[in-house]
Design a protein around this ligand. Sequence first.
Ligand SMILES: Cc1ncc(COP(=O)(O)O)c(C=O)c1O
Length: 408
Amino acid sequence: MSGYNRPMARFEARFGSRELFPDLEPRAYLNHAAMSPWSLAVREAMRACMDDYGRRGLGAFFSWHEQRKRLKDKLATLVGGAPDDLAFVSSTTEGLVKIALCFPWERGDRVVVFDGEFPTNVTPWQRAAELYELEIVMLSASEFRVDEERALRRFSEALERGVRLVAVSTIEFQTGFRMPVLELSLRCHAAGAEICVDAIQGLGAVPMDVVVEGIDYLVCGSHKWMMAIDGIAFVYAAADKAAALRPYVAGWLSHESPVAFLLEGPGNLRYDRPIRTGIDFLESGSFSTVGCAALEASLDLLLQLSPEAIFDHVNGYLDMLEPKLVQLGFESLRSAKREQRSGILSLAPPTDVDARALQKAIAEAGIFCTAPDGYLRFSPHWPNALDEIEHVVASVEASITAASTGAR
Ligand SMILES: Cc1ncc(COP(=O)(O)O)c(C=O)c1O
């Protein structure tokens, strides 16, 4: 029996249970905003794929090709839109680079990006600006957290000057702030601009819907909140948006009937077959079958639990952790408004405490978080249990003195 057809173990995700992570070493793994550990479900799916290719080589490819279609159906359930509006790429970066290169720019077009964002969502637009002679307009992402009304005013003022595209992350990687994507998209569309969203810091733990939120393009990698592996990501674009892209990044697999010359006998090797007009023209060459297997396995678990319930679980965890750390002298960046929250709790440490030193010290005690640019960032997911919190707080308290710079 092929690995693909072999009945796979049915894995069950349970909130607060590490059953599917039996060898996860940290006592509290709070790093899903950086990278998820790989669950037994993900590992088993990859193993089945590897075994099948090991046994059948190319013979396995065709079965796993079917799996990609099934995966797109499931991704569309998570993110909205139609399965045909999705394309696989290798990373969030690759997806954004491809959109930036293929967008139907005209010289002088303005692109809005946000200061404070992860560079993934700035660099491709800067490069496109150089190539196509565009103007980059940089607005402040943190202003939305501090004063959303003022930030929206500035946003509208920028749109009034004429903007072609806005590139924004649903969740700011450093602060965990959820940007008002629906409000931004409404204003964009009213002003004739389009909106491209980097969803990697939310999708999987924050409910989203491309149609409801009016998103024109969305890109998301799999190794954070989607809880799969690096090397596989996807792009969403509705049919009309995809058709308007210029296929400058097309490759051999972007053509109509791209494999006819390999499967259908002589006379089929041609270079004039049209490039597909759907967004899957971005699937320009071979890509990771193992990645797709991993992503389906993790997605099955996310869908079992539902993004809404995951959001509640994660925010229940953060609701308990946040006040305890504030009591220790930390300043929380987490919004008081539910609609501005994500799975991330970031805190500025007390003035004399170095976040990086503190992060290292608590890692010794089995508490894994990160310290991007001076903040302590905690990012739990569905396997994190509330009874970890006491230990997290005790470890932080015990390490504060060691991480002190003495600069009070
Ligand atoms: C908001 C955001 N976008 C993109 C990335 C990087 O994504 P990729 O490595 O898939 O390009 C990160 C973090 O690694 C991130 O926080």
